[in-house]
Design a binder for this molecule. Structure first.
Ligand code: GAR
Length: 222
């Protein structure tokens, strides 16, 4: 039987668990890796909601299978209404406990630029994964950019989201060698394997409060 003391301790620990919201647009393989790793490694964060801006995003079904609540907030018709769209997302995040005080938002292949309004509200609480070693090759088709530029190494980066394009403080990177015969597809495939490792790792560090920001530099605490 639990004594009062232990019951109070367990309740407090439960209350302090942060809530995770994941935004996707398509395949959702990074989302899947994050959700599975949270479960497997008992990362202390609660996956509260997965939101897609595309109706046909495969990741929605994957999240449902993993028992995570999903929502479609279609971005059709919101091309020039960034803040309006983001307010709808924020409303749903908040409703599900992913707040600016106790939430983490992971962009996982979310192919929409988010507004400064959203970024300010969730200051240093939004992460993104990018398939290149930033600050090289930001933006679209990063793997193709690396090949076209003759890079010998590329990789992937998890970073905080700021108001620029893929320009926020870098949390973790992983390096992938570019082979002579690489195509965009072959290089992307090898980079993706690394993405699936470093994104959950960054979520783990965030959940355990092991990340400190000093200007643009991210310090990982032991
Ligand atoms: C991933 O490779 C991710 O790095 C990339 O989109 C893919 C999404 O795949 N993101 C960007 O290029 C953002 N600039 P997923 O839906 O299977 O996670």
């Amino acid at each position: 039987m639990l004594t009062n003391k232990y019951f109070i301790l367990m309740t407090c620990q439960k209350q302090s668990l942060q809530n995770l919201g994941i935004l996707i647009s398509g395949r959702g393989s990074n989302m899947e890796s994050i959700l599975k790793t949270i479960k497997k490694q008992k990362i202390p964060i609660k996956p509260s909601i997965v939101i897609s801006n595309k109706a046909n995003a495969k990741g929605l079904k994957i999240a449902q299978k993993l028992g995570v609540k999903t929502l479609l907030i279609d971005s059709k018709g919101y091309k020039n209404k960034r803040v309006e769209y983001d307010k709808r997302i924020i409303h749903e995040l908040e409703k599900n406990g992913v707040t600016s005080k106790n939430g983490l938002v992971c962009l996982a292949g979310f192919m929409r630029v988010i507004s400064p309004y959203f970024i300010k509200k969730y200051k240093n609480r939004i992460l993104n994964i990018h398939p290149a070693l930033l600050p090289s090759y930001p933006g679209l088709n990063a793997q193709e950019q690396a090949i076209q530029n003759g890079a010998k190494f590329s990789g992937c980066t998890v970073h905080f989201v700021d108001e620029g394009v893929d320009s926020g403080p870098i949390i973790i990177q992983s390096v992938v060698k570019v082979r002579n015969n690489d195509t965009e597809q072959t290089l992307s495939k090898r980079i993706l394997v690394k993405e699936h490792k470093i994104y959950p790792e960054a979520v783990n560090l965030f959940a355990r409060k092991k990340i400190r920001l000093s200007g643009r530099r991210v310090m990982i605490l032991d």
